[in-house]
Design a protein around this ligand. Structure first.
Ligand code: GTP
Length: 308
């Protein structure tokens, strides 16, 4: 993708010459005729802007001050670095130093040689490509760090972040929510009887079924092993058992078929409610865990909830 360059210059002819030259080299351009307009253009295009060519002497807001403001905005909004090249007729050492201190990356002397500009643009294109690749791999890493690799749902860390977010929503809007720990029954026996690969296939299929039937806003994450966490927002006490029983049934009603073999699967679910003032994340998970324990002790394949 060719770079998108913001050209900032108060002299129309200088701006036009730069624009024509950059267009000839295949770059996309947008323009501003003073520092104030430059900040507006930067804000409007910050998503896909790759470079700013900034004149220094301009009315209203000079180039150095405009770049200082742009760097502040980037800092506040935690944006990626965006290269800035200053263009100026004054070539004193102090000017160059001031430009770099103001947040510029390079400083070209006017009138600008087309050869130098082309070479600089090539160097900047390399940086822009590198920056894009970095942003893309960061997104992939973030995704990997928050996803369970086997089932593709949120891992424990990401689930707890979502749980905290939902709990704070409940505190703010007073809408109760439910949190559950959902655990496959006798999973060790499944592994021992059908093999570890079959166990993995069961985990994947159970998650697929639940995901397919997930109601708007409901969340599932893998807490570890054969244990999952679920969040059902905006959930009143009287609806809770039936809501979770629906998920229990979705898992139990058909065996999972792996390599032609039918594997019966059931799950036990321990549920706790959060009303905004009954404990924190750990106590909520602990209450759900206690109910899960009771479900396991009293026969499995069931949902247990106790109102406080
Ligand atoms: N195939 C497979 N097995 C796993 C995975 N993670 C954990 N396990 C197995 O899950 C089993 C969990 O067994 P237990 O904690 O004893 O519980 P259980 O057999 O499900 O019994 P109950 O929970 O009491 O119904 C262990 O044998 C683990 O090795 C995984 O990613 N894949």
């Amino acid at each position: 993708m060719p770079m998108k360059v913001l050209i900032v210059d108060d002299t129309n002819t200088d701006r036009l010459l730069l624009k024509l030259h950059l267009a000839k080299l295949g770059y996309r351009t947008i323009e501003a005729s003073n520092g104030k307009e430059a900040i507006e253009q930067f804000t409007a295009h910050s998503d896909d802007l790759d470079l700013i060519l900034m004149d220094v002497q301009m009315p209203y807001l000079n180039g150095f001050d405009a770049v200082r403001s742009i760097r502040e905005i980037q800092e506040q909004q935690k944006q990626e670095w965006l290269p800035v090249i200053f263009l100026s007729a004054s070539a004193e050492d102090d000017d160059v130093e001031d430009g770099i201190l103001a947040g510029g990356d390079d400083y070209l002397i006017k009138p600008i040689s087309q050869k130098i500009l082309s070479a600089k643009m090539l160097a900047m294109q390399r940086i822009a490509d590198m920056r894009r690749r970095l942003v893309e791999s960061n997104l992939v890493l973030e995704e990997l760090a928050s996803t369970d690799h086997l089932t593709g749902v949120a891992n424990r860390r990401a689930f707890e972040v979502m749980l905290e977010r939902e709990m704070s929503f409940t505190r703010r809007y007073g809408m109760p929510m439910a949190c559950a720990i959902f655990d496959l029954d006798k999973f060790k026996t499944i592994n021992d009887t059908y093999g570890h690969d079959a166990g993995d296939a069961v985990l994947v299929e159970v998650v697929r079924r639940i995901n397919k039937n997930l109601r708007d806003g409901d969340v599932i994450g893998r807490l570890g092993g054969e244990e999952f966490g679920m969040i059902l927002p905006k959930m009143h006490e009287e609806e809770m058992l039936s809501a979770f029983d629906r998920y229990r049934t979705i898992v139990a009603e058909h065996p999972v078929v792996h390599e032609g073999v039918e594997i019966p699967v059931t799950a036990s679910i321990g549920v706790a409610q959060y009303t905004g003032d009954n404990g924190d994340k750990l106590t909520l998970l602990k209450r759900a865990d206690e109910c899960l324990y009771e479900a396991k002790e009293t026969g499995r394949n069931k949902v247990v909830y106790h109102s406080e």
